[in-house]
Write a protein that binds this ligand. Structure first.
Ligand code: NAP
Ligand code: MG
Length: 446
């Protein structure tokens, strides 16, 4: 019997386990599966913790979730193709739920799919190497609870630990003199700490935008957004929010920007993104990537070019549960011999084509969404991954992009049609800006 190691039991790893389980339910003979998970439960990023830095075993904290997080994309853009929100919660509800609702949903499908038996919790992987002669991988893992390390052999390895966990922390001149609160968005847990404060946010992407509107909602005095874009982000901000060029230097509480302007702040939130970080993979198996759509050295976005028995799930800049299922099905079908992987030259040219196309065609978020949809649909076509309404999914993603660019303070109040059930979500009982109870019970109330 072939053996598959799946590293991580977050949305990507669970999608992989679910894909194998779905084949088993249809009567196929599936390989032996071992899933290694560092945390004490599944859910990955969505498994919220109050901790920051290191956990109780000295392992880096995985989750970048803060307590008050609500999805920044509508739930209809990221629904499981074979397990709708309606099926899980028994009702239709509004489109931008808090993290607790998404965790409950992830938990629900994983339970229904009955994949817990394959997962070894509290077991981070320490080293993955490949033995050419044997044609096998050796995976060394650490049982944290018993503090023992052991090694097992596998035919295939699926890396599914995500890429939004290891903060990218650039240096700014004099930042060591900063007298206020300094943190990366990965370590933010409670927005109330910024009430009545002057906050500097660095970056111009999703975290920078989310921190800005959330600090505003939770009553900060002001937000200054500093970034290295040549032009403003393009949103109409509230009066106490302004954009400035990149931070040049810090002296105590005074920040100086590249145009010579200065401002005094109480807190700096570095929304400077994350590193694709796989320290446990041997050199010749290790993905080195930046946050983009077409990833170097991954054929079809998932297969390691130099060794097509290694797979990386969800490495793209954009993640939905649809895409993760499609990728997991694709990988499963390679492992089970249903999809043929071409030779190295063909794999490499597939990667180069994807990267060149992205570089030539992506000028806006709408272009990014278009290529992302095309990519997902391309992989979907080769598998029996459950179908969903692609036109409705497209419509939801473009609606999200349009409404978000139109108004960052109201886009979370919009209704969306589900590409899985075809149902339109109802209006939420409370507009986003007035909703301070982020519990599941409150969100699901009629
Ligand atoms: P990201 O999209 O990779 O953006 C990183 C940002 O850091 C970019 O603006 C980048 O600027 C900037 N940056 C990197 N190095 C820098 C440097 N040396 N100096 C100045 N700026 C620098 O990462 P992210 O914004 O953290 O988003 C990660 C993911 O988390 C996204 O998928 C997002 O949707 C998700 N997220 C979700 C929520 C939510 O659901 N509510 C909230 C937050 C984040 P350049 O563009 O100039 O390189
Ligand atoms: Mg980006």
């Amino acid at each position: 019997m072939k053996r598959v190691a799946v590293i991580g039991a977050g949305p990507s790893g669970l999608a992989q386990l679910h894909a194998f389980q779905s084949a088993a339910l249809k009567g196929a003979e599936i390989p032996d599966i071992v899933c290694y998970e560092k945390q004490d439960n599944w859910g990955g990023m969505w498994n919220y913790t109050w901790r920051t830095g290191l956990d109780e075993y000295g392992e880096p904290i995985h989750s970048s979730m803060y307590g008050n997080l609500r999805t920044n994309i509508s739930k209809e853009c990221m629904e499981y193709p074979d397990y709708s929100f309606q099926e899980h919660f028994g009702k239709s509800f509004a489109s931008f739920p808090p993290r607790s609702v998404i965790f409950d949903y992830i938990d629900g499908r994983a339970k229904k799919s009955d994949v817990r038996k394959w997962i070894r919790f509290r077991t981070p992987v320490r080293r993955v190497t490949y033995d050419e002669d044997k044609g096998m991988f050796s995976v060394a893992a650490h049982d944290l609870v018993n503090d023992t390390e052991y090694t097992e052999e596998f035919d295939f390895v699926v890396v599914a630990i995500g890429h939004f966990s290891t903060p990218n922390v650039p240096y700014f001149s004099g930042i060591e003199t900063f007298s206020g609160r300094l943190l990366h968005s990965h370590d933010l847990r409670n927005l109330l700490e910024f009430k009545d404060k002057d906050v500097l946010v660095i970056g111009s992407s999703f975290s920078a935008e989310d921190m800005t509107v959330q600090c505003w909602k939770y009553g900060c005095k002001s937000v200054t957004i500093s970034h290295r874009r040549a032009t403003p982000i393009g949103h109409k901000w509230a009066d106490n929010i302004k954009e400035v060029p990149l931070l040049q230097k810090v002296s105590n509480s005074t920040c100086t920007f590249e145009d010579g302007s200065t401002t005094d702040v109480d807190a700096i939130i570095l929304c400077t993104g994350y590193l694709h970080h796989f320290p446990f993979m041997a050199d010749d198996l290790k993905l080195r990537a930046t946050n983009r759509l077409a990833i170097d050295n991954l054929y079809k976005g998932v297969v390691w070019v130099d060794n097509p028995k290694v797979y990386y799930l969800g490495m793209q800049d954009a993640l939905t549960f649809m895409q993760l299922d499609v990728e997991a099905w694709y990988v499963r079908d390679i492992v089970m011999g249903r999809i043929h992987v071409p030779d190295r030259d063909a794999r490499l040219s597939n990667v180069k084509e994807r990267m060149a196309r992205e570089d030539a065609e992506i000028k806006s978020l709408a272009d990014h969404i278009r290529l992302y949809i095309e990519y997902t649909v391309e992989l979907l076509a080769d598998t029996d991954c459950p179908r969903f309404n692609i036109e409705m999914w497209k419509a939801a993603l473009y609606q999200w992009n349009d409404q978000r660019s139109e108004n960052m303070f109201t886009y979370c109040d919009a209704c969306y049609r589900s590409p899985v059930t075809g149902t339109m979500s109802p209006l939420h009982h409370t507009p986003w800006k007035d909703a301070f109870d982020d519990s599941l019970e409150c969100y699901l109330r009629d």
